[in-house]
Design a protein around this ligand. Structure first.
Ligand code: GDP
Length: 285
């Protein structure tokens, strides 16, 4: 996975800005489990007046009542948002419909002056691991057909045709994750959007447990068959380790092993549907 440095971010920003000139709509993918931290607000500035659709992906792993809140939050702001599960191709048709609606006026104008079948050009943007490649595959399905380089397109850019109406740029825009504050870093690490090598799993699991104790306490009690939750999250981690048989010599609990189990259970969805950030968290941390 990519390491982000200021120079790298500046270069990426420039490339994305250049690519955006050639498209009609940006599909900005975010992770439904951490909609706040996986959303890069800097993109707004790069986008300017370019229409965007927020693709609320991995909705199948998130909590459906929280999904509803987020959809409402963006709808209220007048921002287009579509809930998807790219892995199962759910919500893909809604993306096409929203894109069509956004471009309707412009296409009608073009038709009046004789341009028919002008494709709607899309680009997919998002931080690592939100599901960009999976979404591309889901959108293209079996209709994949390369249309090759076209004049005026950044050198080397390929356009892929999706049905009769759409084309997308065959290079997903990889956005850098925002490193706004410590909590954002933890959230991004939990969903695997920043490099694992940099992580202190034990600390990460404690942050996770803290949030789960606040929002979904029953999940820990049930999944790890704990008798009760402690106010001290390290004790909770130790108790999870005991239940899972994470022991080292002398009967001590291997908390690193326990931490990895908890994080892996979350990432894989084995802890059930969990959303770590709600709209009300915006501006409250
Ligand atoms: P990218 O780095 O943004 O291109 O992300 P990928 O497309 O490689 O997806 C990262 C991981 O998330 C893969 O293991 C995908 O199978 C998984 N994934 C992508 N979209 C979804 C989704 O909507 N639901 C679930 N459950 N998993 C998904």
């Amino acid at each position: 996975m990519i390491q982000w440095y200021p120079g790298h971010m500046a270069k990426t920003k420039k490339i994305i800005a250049e690519n955006l000139k050639h498209i009609d709509i940006a599909l900005h993918i975010i992770d439904a489990r951490i909609p706040k931290s996986s959303y890069n607000p800097l993109l707004e500035r790069i986008l300017g007046s370019k229409p965007q659709i927020i693709v609320f992906n991995k909705a199948d792993l998130a909590d459906s009542s929280a999904n509803k809140k987020w959809i409402m939050y963006y709808n209220d702001k007048g921002i287009n948002i579509v809930e998807t599960n790219a892995k199962n191709r759910q919500g893909i048709d809604d993306i096409f419909k929203t894109a069509r609606d956004l471009m309707r006026n412009r296409r009608e104008k073009l038709m009046r002056v004789g341009y028919v079948n002008v494709p709607i050009r899309l680009m997919i943007l998002g931080i690592p691991n939100v599901g960009k490649s999976t979404l591309i595959n889901a959108m293209v399905g079996s209709t994949k057909a390369k249309v090759g380089n076209k004049p005026g397109i950044t050198k080397g850019k390929q356009w892929i045709r999706i049905g009769d109406e759409f084309e997308y740029m065959d290079t997903p825009g990889i956005l850098w994750p925002k490193f706004e504050d410590e909590m954002t870093g933890y959230m991004l690490a939990l969903v695997g959007s920043i490099n694992d090598d940099l992580l202190d799993f034990e600390e990460l699991s404690l942050k996770f447990i803290e949030r789960i104790v606040q929002r979904y306490p029953e999940v820990l009690l049930e999944k790890y068959k704990l008798d009760r939750l402690s106010d001290d999250n390290y004790t909770n981690l130790v108790n999870i380790g005991k239940k899972r048989g994470c022991l080292i010599k002398g009967g001590e609990v291997d908390t690193l092993k326990a931490a990895k189990i908890v994080i892996d259970d979350f990432r894989s969805g084995r802890l059930g549907n969990i959303t770590l950030e709600l709209p009300e968290d915006i501006g409250h941390e």
